[in-house]
Design a binder for this molecule. Structure first.
Ligand code: HEM
Length: 521
């Protein structure tokens, strides 16, 4: 060893600061340069897309300094500039796609399946479950969970849908006196009872216990996630913490996680007890629906018992994902369907006729074949999901350069917002788009339509795994309510106050007048 440094195979390495500084500086400058060149290319490509000018550095961030209702209005306003529009939220580019043609390439892609950064605020609650994961994790989970949504398995849930719907009908009896009342919280509690029982096998009796801590936590987390996603300064953890929001956020997350964790523990104990004492159905038996219904959680526990390497935390991710994705969505879908029927008495009368011919005024359980026959009700639900889609926007981050619309290039790293709400309002596919017209879903009208003109459940690889479940649930609950009641609404469609807090909610609930039906009326 010399005074200068360490000799290694004849080379003299300086141990002084000069060499290390040089090395670190070179690496730093090279990385910065590479980042800069990549960023410049990305900025140049993004700026080729049409969009509002905004201010230097902050872009249109000030436009987004609004509540969730204002943010949603602003987003839809941007779509008036074109079906592919770029906005800069601070340094982050977002590209809004708002026509069937503009989303063709994305929905057909097997590669661009990554969710955008706006989903990050969901991670503390959902981890990386099916909705938020990507790559091989998403692929293996999707493969594992798809059989759980087989129609034979879903058939077994119809009695849960029906018994909770009947409970709802009973709860509404005191309200059906022609006075205005807010039906929205009733739908929330019913949907929560349904998803708890089907996803976790646990009855929370939300309809009997409306002040549930869990329901309040779900609601507030939804608001907080949207707020954080669109307020660029709240993305920073320190700012978020200083704002006091992080503490509130963590309190709600603890409530949500504890609930699921306790359920997994209870259900696992039950599952093992059952396994020791009774026969666990085979895959085939489950598929054929021969044995008693299993909650989604049981299927996950079974997979964990097999070769899937699922940990308790993995199971929690998926159960929380179902709770999140399958509760608020169906609540708002029931809500908007009933609102639109309340505004269109002649259409509601046709639904009543259909239900009378299928169910009569009897109280026998609703069956799968009853639901299959409710074709007009299904058209009404689909048209409601067109006009007021439960999920109004979804997001992606581009991992492989994408060409959209009229040959416009979206670079790697580009954040995409797909405005389902706006896609559904394209007069080319839906003439007089603001009109509620269930006949748009007559088979002869749907057969020639662009495959991505109507996408309330998204489309392509990452479409909604729960869409059949959702339609069965919606049909059962609405059928039971409309079998017994007639509804009216004083709120004109143009006066509706809606807000996008992950799902499209009414700002101040949904006030209806409800009347008991004497059958045939
Ligand atoms: C009217 C009701 C519903 C609507 C409108 C709806 C809509 C959607 C949409 C638009 C997506 C795509 C989200 C994205 O790309 O970020 C989605 C995904 C998903 N939905 Fe639904 N959904 C509904 C009900 C349900 C129900 C009842 C469940 C579960 C029981 C469910 C579970 C999921 C899951 C797990 C995903 C992620 C799928 C994946 O990425 O592989 N959804 N849903």
């Amino acid at each position: 060893m010399s005074e200068l440094g360490v000799t290694y195979e004849g080379t003299i390495w300086s141990s002084g600061p000069g060499f290390m500084t040089y090395l670190v500086t070179t690496i730093l400058i090279t990385s910065l340069l590479a980042w800069y060149i990549k960023r410049r290319r990305m900025v140049a490509l993004v700026n080729l897309l049409p969009g509002p000018n905004g201010y230097p550095i902050i872009g249109i961030a000030l436009d987004m300094n609004k509540d969730s209702q204002g943010i949603f209005k602003q987003l839809i306003k941007y779509t008036e500039l074109g079906d592919v529009v770029r906005i800069w939220v601070g340094p982050v580019p977002m590209i809004i796609l708002s026509s069937a043609k503009a989303v063709e390439a994305l929905f057909s892609s097997q590669v661009n399946i990554e969710k955008s950064k706006e989903y990050k605020p969901l991670h503390p609650w959902l981890g990386t479950g099916l909705l938020t994961s990507t790559g091989s994790k998403w692929q293996s989970r999707r493969k594992m969970l798809t059989p759980a949504f087989h129609f034979k398995i879903l058939d077994n849930f119809i009695d849960v849908f029906d018994s909770q719907a009947c409970k709802l009908v009973e709860k509404l009896r005191g309200k059906a006196d022609g006075h205005l009342f807010n039906i929205y919280p009733h739908f929330t509690l019913c949907a929560l009872d349904i998803i708890c029982e089907t996803a976790m096998g646990r009855t929370v009796n939300a309809q009997d216990n409306e002040n549930s801590e869990y329901v309040r936590a779900v609601r507030r987390i939804g608001e907080m996630i949207v707020e954080r996603a669109f307020k660029a300064w709240l993305h920073n953890d320190i700012v978020y913490w200083l704002s006091g929001l992080a503490k509130e956020h963590d309190t709600h997350i603890n409530v949500l996680h504890k609930f699921t964790h306790d359920t997994i523990k209870e259900r696992r104990a039950l599952y093992h007890q059952l396994k020791e004492t009774t026969h666990i159905p085979t895959e085939e038996e489950k598929l054929l629906g021969k044995k008693k219904k299993l909650a989604f959680l049981d299927l996950l526990l079974e997979a964990a018992d097999g070769e899937s390497n699922l940990t308790d935390d993995n199971i929690r991710e998926e159960v929380d994902t179902f709770m999140f994705a399958g509760h608020d969505t169906t609540t708002v879908a029931m809500n908007w369907s009933l609102y639109l029927l309340a505004r269109h008495p002649h259409i509601q009368a046709r639904v009543h006729d259909e239900l009378d011919s299928i169910l009569g005024d009897g109280e026998r359980p609703v069956t799968t074949s009853d639901l299959r026959e409710m074709k007009y009700l299904e058209m009404c639900i689909k048209e409601s999901l067109r006009l007021l889609p439960a999920v109004p926007t979804i997001g992606r981050e581009i991992s492989e350069e994408l060409t959209v619309g009229d040959n416009l290039r979206v670079p790697v790293g580009g954040n995409i917002i797909i405005a389902l709400y706006k896609i559904h309002r394209d007069p080319e596919h839906f003439p007089d788009p603001e009109k509620f017209d269930p006949d748009r879903f007559l088979p002869e009208n749907t057969s020639k339509r662009h495959p991505f003109a109507y996408v309330p459940f998204s489309a392509g690889a990452r479409n909604c795994i729960g869409q059949r479940f959702a339609l069965l649930e919606l049909k059962t609950v609405l059928a039971r309510v409309l079998q017994q009641y007639r509804v009216e609404s004083d709120t004109h469609f143009n006066d509706l106050q809606i807000t996008a807090q992950l799902v499209l909610r009414p700002v101040d609930g949904n006030y209806l007048r409800m009347y008991p039906r004497s059958h045939g009326v």
